[in-house]
Design a protein around this ligand. Structure first.
Ligand code: UT7
Length: 328
């Protein structure tokens, strides 16, 4: 039997109030509610408010998680924020979160692994806790993708939403906790999903803004094919690593990028449809935030209970992909 070293002791999430419905997109680009629903499963996405930043979403999700854990911000040793849409070029969004929480005993930095970032963060937190270098770690997935979306491009604009989710990790005391993780990267495929600007390659200029280089570019159909294969493979492998079969999984929480990818992943992993947590219709694709928001919802709705076997699986830009098997 695998002995876990760390476990998730609490979760929190926060999504902004403003909502873009499919009908909103019918007014601004050549699309339809029917196309969006049948091709993606999406109906609504939450959009960050004026004056709000990714660190605000993160801090609110983190406060909710710390409240549940009965911890004060001073107890936190490490804050990891998985994001590709941080507040500023630098410093890390995690530093703003540390300030907003007043968690001054924590080291804080960001993880840039796109939609897989939350699972990359869990793995890092597990390593720090396992080695005794941290006791309480806040892992946050947070995005404000609406700020880097081209709202004249129907191929991408209907897909993305904003929000944040957080988990508090602590040392495992029994057989509950992270049993297995799996992280993978293939940098050769970076050109299929990326933001060309905002960095050293195409520094901001009047021209770069006119060309929309600060917004998301995606070869949707190609990304789709890779996502289906990678998420299916990763789910199968992590279930095996945890010494489970698909039938042992109480809840599969996949990254919410497309309902058809989610269905294919569940089928491949041999997890029944009713054991898959889906909230894509409410939030769209929130990248690194999608799994922790779904996890928090599933727990707060009483679906995920103590002792349940839960699998996370994600795929995103890089390409990066990852999975985790956790006894809650
Ligand atoms: O989160 C990180 C990873 N990201 C993903 O996993 C996303 C993966 N990709 C996808 O989810 C899907 O590829 C999309 C939802 C982005 C697109 O669905 P698709 O079934 O792959 O459509 P497509 O790109 O092959 O396009 C089919 C048609 C095209 O028209 P033509 O060329 O056949 O005339 C598109 O122009 O659908 C058209 N189209 C749209 N039509 C109405 C693309 N976007 C839209 C739209 N409304 N919003």
């Amino acid at each position: 039997m695998i002995k876990p070293k760390s476990k998730i002791i609490a979760t929190g999430s926060y999504t902004p109030d403003k909502i873009y419905t499919n009908e909103y997109f019918e007014k601004i680009v050549d699309t339809s509610d029917e196309w969006i629903r049948t091709r993606t499963g999406m109906k609504e996405r939450h959009i960050i408010g004026e004056g709000q930043n990714t660190s605000d979403l993160s801090a609110q999700a983190a406060r909710n998680a710390l409240d549940e854990a009965n911890l004060s911000p001073q107890d936190v040793d490490m804050i990891l924020v998985a994001t590709v849409s941080g507040d500023v070029g630098f410093p890390a969004t995690a530093c703003f979160v540390q300030e907003k929480l007043g968690a001054y005993n924590a080291i804080a930095f960001d993880i840039s692994a796109a939609c897989s970032g939350f699972i990359y963060g869990l793995d890092l937190a597990d390593a720090y806790i396992s080695s005794g270098r941290a006791k309480y770690v806040l892992v946050i997935g947070a995005e404000a993708l609406s700020r880097i979306t081209d709202y004249s491009d129907r191929n991408t604009c209907v897909l993305f939403g904003d929000g944040a989710g957080a988990a508090v990790l602590a040392p495992a005391e029994d057989d509950h906790g992270i049993l297995a993780t799996l992280l993978q990267t293939d940098g050769r495929l970076n050109h299929l999903l990326y933001v060309p600007g905002l960095g050293t390659k195409n520094p901001p200029s009047h021209e770069s803004v006119d060309q929309g280089l600060h917004t998301i570019r995606m070869e949707g159909r190609e990304v789709f094919k890779h996502a289906v294969k990678a998420m299916g493979d990763a789910a199968v492998q992590v279930i095996k690593k945890a010494e489970w079969s698909g039938k042992d999984v109480d809840w599969l929480i996949p990254h919410q990028a497309n309902l058809r990818i989610i269905d294919a992943t569940a089928k491949r992993a041999n997890v029944a449809q009713e054991r898959v947590f889906i909230n894509i219709h409410k939030y769209g694709n929130t990248s690194a935030a999608s799994i922790p928001i779904a996890l928090d919802e599933a727990r707060k709705q009483g679906k995920i209970k103590d002792g349940h076997n839960v699998v996370f699986v994600a795929f995103g830009a890089g390409f990066t992909w990852a999975a985790a098997a956790i006894k809650m």
